[in-house]
Design a protein around this ligand. Structure first.
Ligand SMILES: [Zn+2]
Length: 81
């Protein structure tokens, strides 16, 4: 499973146009960056890739049998900075 971490852009350079970590298309990140959690650094993920992954994660969660109030996994946020 892909794990994505949300982090605030701490430097102006982090918001410069760059290739998406998944599809490779150049995009302009905003103040919150969505990054794949991997052993090595990958660039942030673009909005279309993120929304596609979020839809799939939600659909998977909605289709799964519910036990308690577990939230969809695979996306988490951190209070970086
Ligand atoms: Zn992308």
């Amino acid at each position: 499973m892909l794990e994505i971490e949300l982090a605030r852009a701490l430097e102006p350079e982090m918001m410069g146009e760059q290739p998406c970590g998944i599809c490779g298309a150049d995009f302009q990140p905003e103040a919150v960056l969505a990054q794949l959690v991997t052993d090595s650094y990958l660039p942030p993920v673009c909005e279309p890739c993120l929304s596609h992954l979020a839809r799939r994660a939600l659909a998977t969660w909605l289709a799964a049998p519910k036990t308690g109030t577990t939230k969809p996994s695979g996306i988490r946020s951190t209070a970086a900075g």
